[in-house]
Design a protein around this ligand. Sequence first.
Ligand SMILES: *Cc1c(COP(=O)(O)O)cnc(C)c1O
Length: 366
Amino acid sequence: MLNKGLSEEDLFSFFAQKKEEDLDYNYILGSMCTPPHPVGVRAHGMFMETNLGDPGLFPGTASLEQLLIQRLGTLFHLPGAGGYATSGGTESNIQALRCAKEQRKQVSRPNVVVPESAHFSFKKACDILCLEMRAVPLDNTLKMDAEKAAEIIDKNTVCLVGIAGTTEYGLVDPIADLAEIASDQDLFLHVDAAFGGMVIPFLDRSIPFDFSLPAVTSIAVDPHKMGMSTIPCGCLLTRDPDMLNILDIDTPYLSVRKEFTLSGTRPGAPVAAALAVLDYLGAEGLRAVVSGCMKNTRRLIDGMETFGIQRAVTPDVNVATFICNDVPGRWKVSWTRRGHLRIVCMPHVHRDRIEAFLKDIGEMYA
Ligand SMILES: *Cc1c(COP(=O)(O)O)cnc(C)c1O
């Protein structure tokens, strides 16, 4: 701690210098984050001091959270869905598993069945919740093998998880098949659509993944990824609007007597931002964003293949992966656990960025 405070000028010149050290989104091709939409930034600034952890003090902001859940529930074919705004996919997944475990309290050694492609947040969740994580192998298209999932489930399974838009390969697991299994075995089915939830509803091709499948119990979706909200904003949606109450604990000193959230103090600003972007763009605007990202994904795959760099899979959403070992250094790409080059065609990855990248790749592999 400094003894005497800095002048505002000194402080912000130091911050400006630090900000310079951050990478420029123009060259970031491997992230699921993107600069927030300007209306999101404006809304965020307006609700900066709000705390959703004490909603009785901020009823207006709390009603925006309800609206956000309602919008997303409607998008997922269940306008009356329950849920709340989390800090992201990790918290949404933890909370879904917490509910699933709580619902089957009598199971002494509970396990959760997830695909091998599951996001690492499930490891954290299982660790915290003392759940055994059973990973189901993928089929040759790198999607969860539903038949193998059915074999791995036993009487101690408290939750079955499918991914709608895998983080690494942009694939949607066979959620309809998982729903059949979940329905047969009366299992909690959680769909992790942290990334895909804001993409799949706007694709030309319809892929079943949401509450239109009666066995889907809960869905995680992240407005701070393809929803272009400010960070952090995730959402957990539940078919039963009261499901989360199973997690209620008493909160003696707040404006509400109980809460089911994982965090205590929770920011209202990114929630307002997420709703602002949805309501400003509307379904039409979001469809245009997704359509642009998908076009760029296809252009990137075609362009890479003309250089002889083959795709690893054909993705369902805007994540492109390749059999490729190296890219020019200025581009910030990422690599999957299987060693494939991974590029996420987020809204900031405009067509000219794809062309510039392809030109560099062309020179490197010529
Ligand atoms: C990004 C992602 C997560 C984790 O979300 P955070 O917001 O980083 O906590 C979980 N699951 C999937 C499928 C994701 O893509």
